[in-house]
Design a protein around this ligand. Structure first.
Ligand SMILES: C[S@@+](CC[C@H](N)C(=O)[O-])C[C@H]1O[C@@H](n2cnc3c(N)ncnc32)[C@H](O)[C@@H]1O
Length: 318
């Protein structure tokens, strides 16, 4: 899903409501159409994300974000199936908050984040900061305002189009201590023990091999280094129809795992002092759910303990 379809507003109740503007619905925005277009078989059309291989998921993710990189923010915001196809698996959760942060560069903000990891990252002057899935560089520019000219910021993204956009944004500001590298989070092009702070915004939910991702974060951090990561997680069982609705309309959800499992992966990797710095519930509005559930099912879901949340989590490598 993209901000093509939704604006997401932070509510006073500490929850996030996804508002649908002009979504074109599953006929237009589904994976199924995309896979058929790629010439695959009828059988593969029916594969859910869970049944796809890690490589297939990653290729799909890379293709979608490369399409988004080539669209302007205005196009993303105003059209459902904009240039290059229908980017239905990305969405804008808390973009407005960035305005308050030093270093914020609107050109780099494609509205793809789900938190403010830099705000909770404790970045110090002179630090080396690594941003995973850096997109057009949004969090890198905010991090650079904290590290100052004495520090260094590295963004890694596997979409060449995103990296090109980020490099252009850095060049426009004449920054010579921000570097964007093409690479995979599961195999980071970064030396062992070379980074003070890792940040990431709404990316690891898209990575099928999450344990590999956290192991790589552990490897590149200096002893005593830490991470601050914003991501989407689930709580409780999401009924199949809710999963379907969420997958179609909030793509970051399709690869998201249970919050407990997410935190346990982090601890298993070896991180200490793991804590959630901020948590917000993401509320899928009724006008989206009604496409998949009847009114009784919606009411039951609302009453249940099942949740989709954005968390900003912190951990230290001791
Ligand atoms: C939801 S966007 C977030 C972009 C950026 N963090 C922001 O907030 O604007 C996810 C980004 O992660 C990148 N990405 C997803 N999976 C990746 C992986 N396995 N390795 C490297 N980059 C990845 C995508 O290309 C995309 O640019």
């Amino acid at each position: 899903m993209s901000e093509n379809q939704f604006r997401v507003t932070e509510e006073e109740s500490n929850s996030i409501e996804i508002k649908s503007d002009n979504c074109c619905g599953p006929d237009c925005c589904s994976d199924e159409k995309e896979i058929i277009a790629a010439g695959e078989t009828e059988k593969s059309v029916k594969l859910s994300n869970k049944e796809k291989s890690s490589e297939e998921i990653k290729e799909m993710v890379k293709r979608k974000y490369s399409e988004i990189a080539l669209q302007s923010r205005e196009v993303n915001a105003s059209s459902c199936c904009g240039a290059g196809g229908c980017s239905d698996e990305v969405y804008n959760i808390m973009t407005d908050d960035y305005d308050e942060l030093k270093g914020y560069n609107p050109d780099a903000d494609l509205g793809l984040g789900c938190g403010l990891p830099t705000k909770f990252a404790g970045i110090k002057e002179g630090d080396t900061v690594l941003d995973l899935g850096s997109g057009a560089g949004n969090d890198c520019f905010v991090a650079r305002a904290e590290t100052g000219a004495a520090g260094k910021v590295i963004g890694v993204d596997f979409s060449e189009a995103m990296v090109a956009k980020a490099r252009l944004n850095a060049d426009k500001q004449n920054f010579n201590n921000i570097e964007f590298r093409i690479g995979e989070i599961e195999d980071l092009p970064v030396n062992d023990g070379s980074v003070d702070v890792v940040v990431s915004n709404c990316v690891l939910n898209l990575v099928p091999e999450k344990l590999n991702a956290f192991s790589e974060i552990y490897r590149v951090l200096k002893p005593g280094g830490h991470f601050s990561i914003s991501d989407i997680v689930l709580s409780g069982e999401l009924p199949e129809k809710i999963q379907k609705a969420a997958e179609m309309y909030a793509g970051c959800v399709s690869g998201a795992i249970q919050k407990d499992e997410y935190l346990s992966l982090i601890s298993k990797t070896g991180f200490d002092d793991v804590k959630i710095q901020k948590e917000k519930e993401i509320i899928i509005p009724d006008d989206i759910l009604i496409r998949y559930l009847n009114e009784d099912e919606i009411r039951d879901f609302r009453k249940s303990d099942s949740r989709i949340s954005s968390i900003t989590v912190f951990g230290i490598k001791n």
